[in-house]
Design a protein around this ligand. Structure first.
Ligand code: ARG
Ligand code: ZN
Length: 875
């Protein structure tokens, strides 16, 4: 399979290629047992490089049939070939190179390149999947104009799609069908796509701001045609939003989305032909939860926004991945904030950063937003590249202001349209458009790890001054120590005793941006003086989660309670509540927890406060997850965390039962279901209330059963099912799980949710139980969604079982990794995440986790993907 020790590649070694490919003409002939690919490449020497006359193309698992140069077929001795490449020497300025090869999509289980999903063919080429289709310069700085012909049996594959605009469709003399596509925008091979199938289409149009009409099409397998409305609507809203917010419009006559069941990731932004994991695009009220609707809206937007941030302006090399991903996540987050609640979106983002990204930063796979090396690029589609990358873009907006940021984005798109560029071309555009120097800020891209800010304050009543001293430090990460201070935008406010924001004047004045209420921390230690502070303020620090940092700031429980009630910054209201709850959970771990009445009455009042957005109240009343608590612990003891959280949850539920019941009743609605923000918000709180209520009383439990039976939508049905599971009434839960499966066994996406709630539940998911799910008829190792629904949910959510003290949870995960290593290395490597954190756990667990990593390491034929993660984890 692979070398025993695959090599890393380094950013510092980047060089331009010796040749460009101006035009790429591809012909695919799909037949049952193989596919024939003919690639005609117009290559031209790169004048920036010495004239080597040498061209090495990448290729993997290809059966080479012939190579011709300018129409003359080469004999075997005239080129060199190995497992990963094809090399030609003695080339001149320009040539037409024609390569024919055979591939076997029906045996492709890695789901990279061209593969079969159900009855259809589809592709996934990012990052390096195109080399599994034909020999090519499979690197993002080689941008080419593509023409594609797809030939197949027209009866079985009436729909034949590729990038760009359709140019011809014909019936061949042998009865096969041929469809031809041309994409006028040059693009790297990772944006290539092909789809063939017997698909149905949902269609609409969109008129761009310049008045062009674009055809929109969503292709699905016939049984899913009633699940396309929402994605189509989200697409139109995304197109409009990008015009309004960034002044960017769509640039082809047609935009297509295809839903496929077997897909390694969420979705892919192939030019004009986005391919989606069906779970990220298909929805109707009966089968999709509100959370699924929101995810669909965000992902449809994300992939659409890539048309500019990624496709029109792409990455020079894969070390620049965050150039497109960080920026595009930032864009989809802004879109979701505009469509729904900005505060709630910010809370969700911070939760993800604090649980998953901070954990990545503190583990063996920690890497900068712009990494300097990798073994397998697929391992770098991470929360650091995506979400921290987005945070780094967001901080630039905080620093430059909304208008300055927009000017920078305009300059970036205009200056680099049609180019493959680096992250520093992005920051340069921000600098040039604003006349600022971001040198210091750019450290965010090069230094891995989560900076920690320590806050101390001193109030002087006589002088009406507040002194705030901030220190920052960033822990060592693999390959990086002694980090330099970062430029950290700290948004903050000072609350007076009425809970009102006080006016702020700071010294040095240059450290304060009034428009965004941001204090600029740029040194290892800095003291800021606030003047005219007429009374001792309560400090609201790092409002809106203005930087992805950890904060150490002693504030009393009274102050936290005060912030929870009064802060004008919704994010910090939530954060104060979480800090309060973390305090309780720590008390519980120390065996000295008691719920205090003052806090309970504040939570009661929040529940009753009809002026608040119910979704916001839902978050205010939700305890931090076990993963979140773990990230705020020095040595992680998963069982202790689980026990402590349960104890606090139980106490809170008991104290709030009647308010929860009342809240539930108040939010009952007889409006027909719609996936629309106000309704979703109300359902979120209603179902949170049901969960608490059902855990405490027979009436609540009764209500959950009634809601399960009466629900006309998946949000309510699933919430009722979860309430029944969490009530701990095991046989009752099992009864409803069986009913649910009866009702939904024909719907793959619903069955996956059913698998996932069970595998992720503390009440059910013992190792034995999860093993039985793996044997269930609904499970399939070849389908990534199912693997994630069972193994992913188990290791990521059912922490008290995954961390079973006998190590059997770790063994189950390691067995899954070993099994998938050969068939789908990307998924295998991704599943490893939880085991890589072993050093953070108390030794009792860490040792057992390490032993499983060592067992994986000892397997023969480790894929690059798995090898990289395991070897780095064992260092
Ligand atoms: N560019 C895609 C997206 O974020 C993800 C592609 C992931 N591919 C992979 N091989 N990991 O929108
Ligand atoms: Zn993306």
């Amino acid at each position: 399979m692979r070398d025993a020790h695959p090599n890393a590649i380094y950013l510092k070694d980047y060089q331009q290629p010796d040749y460009w490919i101006e035009h790429t003409e591809l012909t695919f002939e799909l037949s049952d047992d193989h596919t024939l690919v003919t690639a005609r490449l117009d290559i031209v020497r790169n004048s920036q490089r010495p004239a080597s006359g040498c061209l090495t193309l990448q290729g993997q698992e290809l059966e080479l049939l012939s190579v011709a140069l300018d129409g003359n077929e080469l004999s075997v001795g005239e080129y060199q070939q190995d497992d990963e490449s094809l090399t030609l020497q003695g080339l001149a300025e320009r040539h037409q190179l024609t390569i024919r090869n055979r591939i076997y999509p029906q045996h492709n289980t890695a789901l990279e390149g061209l593969y079969q999903s159900g009855n259809m063919y589809c592709t996934q080429c990012e990052a390096e999947g195109f080399r599994r289709i034909t020999y090519y310069l499979d690197r993002p700085d080689v941008m080419s104009v593509f023409t594609t012909h797809v030939i197949a049996d027209g009866e079985r594959y009436p729909v034949l799609l590729s990038n760009g605009n359709p140019v011809a469709e014909q019936q061949l003399p042998d009865g096969r069908k041929k469809s031809s596509w041309h994409d006028p925008h040059k693009k790297p091979a990772y944006l290539f796509a092909l789809v063939a199938g017997d698909l149905q289409v949902k269609q609409d149009t969109f008129t761009t701001m310049s008045g062009r009409q674009v055809t929109l099409k969503i292709f699905v397998e016939p049984q899913n045609i009633d699940k396309t409305d929402y994605a189509l609507d989200a697409l139109k809203r995304s197109m409009k939003w990008d015009e309004q917010s960034y002044g960017r419009e769509y640039d082809l006559d047609i935009f297509m989305i295809v839903a496929v069941d077997d897909f390694n990731m969420g979705a892919m932004e192939n030019k004009g032909l986005n391919i989606f994991n069906s779970s990220c695009v298909l929805a109707n009220p009966a089968t999709a939860t509100d959370a699924a609707y929101q995810r669909i809206e965000a992902i449809v937007a994300h992939e659409y926004f890539h048309n500019w941030s990624g496709n029109r302006v792409t990455c020079r090399d894969w070390f620049q991945l965050s150039l497109k991903e960080g920026f595009t996540v930032f864009r989809d987050a802004s879109f979701s904030a505009d469509m729904n609640s900005a505060t709630v979106k910010r809370i969700e983002d911070a939760r993800l950063m604090r649980t998953v990204q901070f954990a990545e930063d503190a583990g063996p796979m920690a890497h900068p937003v712009q990494p300097d090396s990798f073994i397998e690029i697929s391992n770098f589609y991470t929360v650091t590249i995506y979400e921290k990358g987005s945070e780094v873009v967001g901080m630039q907006r905080k620093i430059l202001g909304a208008e300055g940021f927009r000017n920078g984005a305009d300059l970036y798109f205009d200056r680099h349209d049609g180019q493959a560029v680096t992250i520093y071309d992005f920051t340069k555009a921000m600098e040039d458009a604003n006349g600022v120097d971001l040198t210091l800020f750019k450290r965010w891209y090069k230094q891995a790890g989560t900076p920690q800010i320590q806050v101390s304050s001193d109030y002087d009543q006589a002088r009406q001054q507040l002194q705030l001293t901030l220190t920052q430090r960033c822990p060592d990460t693999p390959g990086q120590s002694d980090k330099l201070p970062m430029w950290i935008p700290v948004q903050l406010g000072l609350l007076d005793s009425q809970g009102q924001d006080m006016a702020i004047q700071v010294e040095p004045a240059s450290a304060w941006t009034a428009a965004s209420q941001v204090l600029h921390l740029t040194e290892a230690e800095q003291t800021f003086v606030f003047h005219g502070v007429t009374e001792r303020p309560v400090i609201s620090f790092l409002r809106d989660f203005s930087a992805p940092v950890k904060v150490e700031f002693e504030q009393s429980r009274d102050e936290l309670l005060f912030l929870l009630q009064h802060d004008s910054d919704g994010f910090n209201r939530w954060d104060a509540g979480q800090r309060l709850m973390l305090g309780w959970i720590n008390d519980a771990m120390a065996g000295q927890f008691a719920l205090d009445e003052a806090a309970v009455s504040v939570f009661r009042a929040l529940l009753r406060d009809a002026s608040l957005d119910p979704a916001m109240v839902t978050y205010l009343l939700s305890l931090p997850s076990e993963a979140y608590i773990a990230e705020f612990s020095a040595d992680i003891d998963p069982q202790a965390i689980h026990q402590a959280r349960q104890q606090v949850r139980e106490a809170l539920a008991a104290a709030l039962t009647s308010e929860m019941a009342a809240t539930y009743q108040r939010l009952q609605s007889d409006q027909p279901y719609a996936p629309q923000p106000q309704q979703m918000s109300a359902r979120a709180l209603k179902n949170l209330a049901l969960g608490y209520w059902a855990s405490q009383s027979a009436e609540g439990l009764q209500q959950a059963q009634q809601q399960f039976a009466a629900a006309d939508n998946m949000t309510d049905q699933m919430a009722a099912l979860q309430a029944l599971i969490h009530s701990g009434e095991r046989s009752l839960a099992q009864h409803y799980l069986d009913r649910f499966y009866q009702q939904w066994h024909n719907d793959v996406l619903v069955v996956n949710q059913w698998l996932s709630v069970q595998a992720g539940s503390a009440e059910l998911a013992s190792v034995e139980f999860v093993e039985s799910l793996l044997q269930h008829e609904a499970f399939d190792w070849r389908n990534p969604n199912k693997v994630r629904a069972v193994i992913g949910a188990f290791a990521g959510q059912a922490l008290c079982h995954f961390h079973a003290t006998d190590g059997q949870g770790y063994r189950l995960l390691a067995d899954a990794v070993i099994r998938l290593n050969g068939s789908n290395p990307q998924i295998a490597a991704r599943l490893l995440g939880p085991l890589t954190k072993w050093k953070r756990l108390v030794p009792q667990y860490g040792g057992l986790m390490k032993a499983e990593l060592q067992r994986i390491m000892a397997q023969p034929d480790l894929s690059k993907d798995v090898y990289e993660v395991v070897s780095k984890s064992l260092v």
